[in-house]
Design a protein around this ligand. Structure first.
Ligand code: C2E
Ligand code: CA
Ligand code: CA
Length: 755
């Protein structure tokens, strides 16, 4: 009988060793704790094996020591396993060390037993007709029991605690181990307390170890998984339906029931309802996805459907499930986002970026059609906005957008480019410019209390090459638009190549200006001014640019460009300085001569003209009356009062102020009487345009009379013939300038002429 036990123990030792090695190699974190546990199980079993086999006292005693120390080690590793399995940290629970201390003391006391005999002794009995040594426990043995039971009970306690405290679906993981341990504990105690000579408890221990090995490393809590999956499925935001192999619905989550308006306990109608709701439910044999929309009346709902086959381990179909998601909110949000990104929110027209894309697509796709690009700009928008407020501004933009919409045909694409500009792309023939021109000449937007005329200019570019960038097409249309200057009777300009050349020219000479001034390529020419006796009494300074590449440039080639971009200020300041230099150098015969300089309206805008010129005459110490100031009527068009004050200051300081090109622009005879000027400069050019010479003569005569009535000095420029000179003289004109006397000439030539 003892032999049989021995064989069983050996088998158990081998088995535990094997499982111990397997656990140690496991990739699971609990593996190491399990392997130590299994290895320590081997020690007390080995002790028992020795006990069972030995027939003398010494061997039996060695067996007993092995057994007891093994039990301590086992308690050690059981507790260690418990902590690892239940995720309890050493650091948080310092009192855990009591357990380790108890077990260590126990091991030490066994080492003293051979000397003091306090723990146990051996008594000889007979088992199976052979001598057998049974243990006789003393006080020390009690301590051992306390230490081991205490450790065991603490481990059980931890498992019980876990079983109770974790959510119910996790409890399974703990109570299988708990159950195993309780069983082993009872089995073990039975043999200890009945003092059955041959200890069979070792078998229970080993089985406990093997079960722990299995549960910790291989057991998958299916019930936990099941419940988790069911829980997840029922809480999903999608409607979910499970169908068995015979295509009967066996389960639907609550959203699924609500979607089809069915009772969760009666799933008979699921299939029927689904078919009624959706066009297509896919092939039952395959995985499938689809997006479908369901419209009822005005609103549409959007769904995405997904079907998955469910198969068993052998890939045999056991059913399928269908999930349906209501994407309506997302789809609508997405549609709204797309709309917002592509539409201007004030006017509802396309945004610039989107419009450009559409145009690109259109012109490249239909390359047989000729397209044009129109750039609409509200010229007085800033004024409307500033004076009448943003609400009126918004109203204007909306009205213009509506007007474009009303006129648009299906072939047009149009949108808002920026604050007050709109863009349209249309087949070239589809717009008649005449009617649009007429419409734009009177584009009135009425408010509650007043009517506002909207000044809109349109630049048109005919697309000759569909491959160029849409932004460049619009640049060209815009360029055409900018060539319409403050005109109220012309609203449309069509782009041509000269416009581009002009831009290039503008850029070139603007870039050249700084160097030109430094190198004195820019010089004043002087055109003599004579009195009624024909003697030269002064000159007008007229700018010339002797350009190293472009040659001799007359002012019309560059003055308008610089007036547009403000660089005229640099040119004028330079000419004024040159004029002062020249005046300062004149002595004797020329000591009383004057030079008139031109002042552009832009000069008043950018600099303090008065301070600038006053400083110059002081610097060169010249009489202010020798530097005459020529201004045009346009200077008075903005800030009239302020400008008037400046002219007054000039006159008070002794300068002579001349009104240039009188009669060419917005002459207001009425304003003339209050103007702080000394000289009225009349240009023959404007008069000779009049068809009837007699009429021109009459006008001239009257202007000259008016001039003398207002006690102004009169100067006629553009005098080309002797007849003209005689006639003007007779009419009482005071001063004369023109090719008849001399063309504008260099300072050196002028000085020769007047030597
Ligand atoms: P403006 O001030 O009216 O100058 C008179 C223009 O008439 C000059 O043209 C002159 O050469 C021309 N002229 C003189 N006598 C006759 C004549 O008998 N027959 C004809 N057909 N023309 C005559 P220019 O020098 O080409 O100057 C053109 C315009 O350029 C000037 O008109 C003036 O507005 C502007 N300008 C010239 N120099 C300057 C300057 O230094 N600063 C500014 N701001 N503008 C200038
Ligand atoms: Ca002039
Ligand atoms: Ca003039």
């Amino acid at each position: 009988m003892r032999d049989v036990f021995a064989v069983v123990y050996v088998l158990l030792i081998v088995l535990l060793g094997l499982f111990g090695v397997i656990s140690k190699r496991s990739t699971k974190s609990i593996g190491l704790a399990v392997s130590y546990l299994l290895f320590t199980f081997i020690v007390p079993i080995t002790g028992n094996l020795i006990l069972v086999l030995s027939e003398n006292e010494l061997l039996s005693t060695i067996g007993s020591y092995t057994y007891f120390i093994g039990m301590d080690l086992m308690a050690f590793s059981l507790f260690d396993f418990t902590l690892a399995y239940c995720n309890i940290s050493w650091k948080k629970h310092k009192n855990i060390y009591i357990i380790y201390a108890l077990l260590t003391i126990d091991i030490i006391q066994y080492f003293f037993n051979p000397f003091f005999g306090h723990a146990f002794g051996m008594e000889a009995i007979t088992v199976d007709n052979a001598p057998y040594y049974r243990l006789v426990p003393y006080a020390g043995q009690e301590f051992h029991r306390i230490a081991v039971y205490f450790t065991f009970a603490t481990s059980l306690g931890v498992f019980i605690y876990k079983t109770i405290r974790v959510p119910r679906i996790y409890a399974e993981k703990y109570y299988v181990i708990l159950f195993t341990m309780v069983l082993a504990g009872i089995w073990q105690s039975y043999y200890i307390f009945t003092r059955t000579p041959v200890d069979r408890s070792m078998m229970g221990l080993a089985v406990c170890g093997i079960l722990i090995f299995y549960f910790s490393l291989y057991f998958r809590p299916f019930r936990l998984l099941d419940r988790m999956l069911a829980n997840i499925a029922s809480k999903m935001s999608e409607a979910i339906y499970f169908f068995d192999a015979s295509k009967r619905c066996i389960w639907a989550n609550s959203i699924g029931c609500t979607l089809l308006d069915i009772d969760p306990d009666n799933l008979e109608n699921v299939k029927q309802r689904l078919s009624a709701m959706f066009d297509d439910l896919g092939d039952e044999q395959a995985n499938w996805t689809s997006r479908q929309q369901i419209s009822s009346g005005k609103d549409t709902r959007y769904f995405s459907l997904e079907k998955h086959l469910v198969t068993d381990a052998k890939n045999k179909k056991i059913g399928y499930f269908l999930s349906i998601q209501d994407n309506t909110k997302d789809v609508l949000r997405h549609q709204r986002e797309i709309y917002n990104a592509t539409h201007d929110n004030l006017t509802g027209l396309f945004t610039k970026e989107y419009l450009f894309n559409l145009i690109k697509e259109k012109v490249t796709k239909n390359s047989a059609t000729n397209y044009s690009i129109a750039y609409f700009d509200i010229r007085n928008f800033k004024m409307v906005n500033d004076i009448f407020g943003n609400d009126m501004g918004d109203k204007v933009l909306i009205r213009v957008a509506e007007w474009i919409k009303e006129n648009a045909t299906d072939e047009w694409v149009y949108g808002r480019l920026a604050g007050d500009s709109f863009g349209v792309c249309f087949p070239t023939g589809s717009i008649k410019l005449g009617p649009i021109e007429r419409r734009l000449s009177r584009f009135i937007i009425s408010n509650d209390s007043f009517d506002q005329n909207i000044l809109m200019h349109v630049g048109i570019y005919r697309v000759t090459d569909p491959s160029i960038d849409v932004s460049i097409m619009f640049d060209r249309a815009h360029l055409a638009q900018t060539t319409i200057k403050n005109e109220y009777n012309k609203h449309i300009a069509v782009y041509n190549e000269q416009m581009r050349d002009q831009v290039l020219w503008d850029q070139k000479i603007s870039a050249d200006l700084e160097k030109a001034l430094e190198e004195r390529q820019i010089v004043p020419y002087l055109q003599p001014i004579v009195n009624n006796k024909g003697s030269i009494i002064g000159a007008e300074a007229l700018v010339r640019w002797i350009h190293p590449e472009e040659g001799f440039l007359a002012p019309f080639k560059f003055i308008p460009v610089f007036e547009k971009n403000g660089m005229i200020v640099e040119v004028d300041k330079y000419i004024w300085r040159c004029a002062c230099e020249t005046l300062a150098s004149w002595t004797d015969k020329r000591a009383d001569m004057f030079i008139s300089v031109n002042i552009s309206p832009k000069d008043f805008y950018f600099i303090d003209v008065y301070a600038e010129i006053k400083d110059l005459v002081e610097e060169f110490k010249i009489e202010p009356s020798r530097l005459r100031i020529e201004i045009t009527e346009t200077v008075m068009m903005t800030d009239a009062e302020k400008r008037m004050a400046i002219l007054k200051k000039f006159r008070e300081s002794g300068f002579i102020v001349e009104m240039d090109d009188f009669g060419s622009g917005y002459s207001s005879l009425n304003q003339l009487k209050d103007m702080p000027i000394d000289v009225l400069k009349i240009d023959m050019k404007f008069l000779s345009k009049a068809e009837d010479n007699k009429r021109a003569e009459t006008i001239l005569r009257n202007i000259l009379r008016l001039s003398s009535d207002l006690e102004l000095c009169s100067l006629t420029e553009g005098v080309e013939t002797e007849d003209q000179y005689k006639m003007l003289n007779e009419m009482g004109c005071n001063l004369f300038q023109g090719y008849y006397f001399a063309k504008p000439i260099s300072v050196a030539d002028f000085e020769k002429l007047t030597a």
